[in-house]
Design a protein around this ligand. Sequence first.
Ligand SMILES: O=P(O)(O)OP(=O)(O)OP(=O)(O)OC[C@H]1O[C@@H](n2cnc3c(O)ncnc32)[C@H](O)[C@@H]1O
Ligand SMILES: [Mg+2]
Length: 198
Amino acid sequence: MMTLSQLVLASHNAGKLKELQALLGNAVRVRSVGEFSDVAPEETGLSFVENAILKARHAARLSGLPALADDSGLAVDALGGAPGIHSARYAGGGGDAANNAKLLEALREVPDAERGARFVCALALVRHAEDPLPIICEGLWQGRILHAPRGTEGFGYDPLFWVPERGCSSAELASAEKNRLSHRARAMLQLRQRLGLA
Ligand SMILES: O=P(O)(O)OP(=O)(O)OP(=O)(O)OC[C@H]1O[C@@H](n2cnc3c(O)ncnc32)[C@H](O)[C@@H]1O
Ligand SMILES: [Mg+2]
C-alpha cells in the first residue's frame, strides 16, 4: 500500500480541485499544481487514462511530490461518445458556457429517449514522475442531456446533466450530494480504498 503524507493535485480546474479535495478528506496534505506552474500540459492521449497519467507525471516532475490527476469528460450517446476526451475544449476554448451552448445545438433535434450520456472520470496517482506502476481508478455517472441549463452549482456541463436518481440536474445538487453520486466520487472511493483511506 502506498502511504502518502503530501500529494499534488494535478488540475487547473477550480471546480474539479474543490471536489477532489473534499473527496480526499483531510488524511492527506494536499497541494495544487498551480503553486508550481500556471501552464497546463498538452493532453495528447487518446484515452482518459492516458491523459490522467500524463497530467500526473507532469505535476510530479514540477513538484517532486506524488501527484494525482483527474481526466474526465462527458460522453453523449447520440454523438458517438463526443465530446469525450475533448470535453474541456469542445467549443474550441470558449469555456463552459460555449461548450454547453455547442452541446445543446448539436442535440437540438434529438428526442429525450436518445439523449443518454455519461460522465467519465479517470484518476491516476503516481509516486514520482517516472513511476512505472501508476494507480488508476475509474468512475462513470449515467444520465441524460437536458434541453436547457438548470441550476448554478458545480461546473462544466453540470447544468445540462439530468440525474435520474435525484430528478434534477447535477448543477441543482448540493456539493455534498454530487460528491456522493458523481463519476469523480466513484473513482475517488476506489482510490481511497486502494490507499487504505476508506
Ligand atoms: O485538465 P485539468 O487541469 O484537470 O482541467 P480541465 O477542466 O481541462 O479538465 P479535463 O481536461 O479533465 O476536461 C474535463 C472537462 O469535462 C467536464 N467535466 C468533467 N467533470 C465534470 C463534472 O463533474 N461536472 C461537469 N463537467 C465536468 C468539464 O467541462 C471539464 O472541463
Ligand atoms: Mg484538461
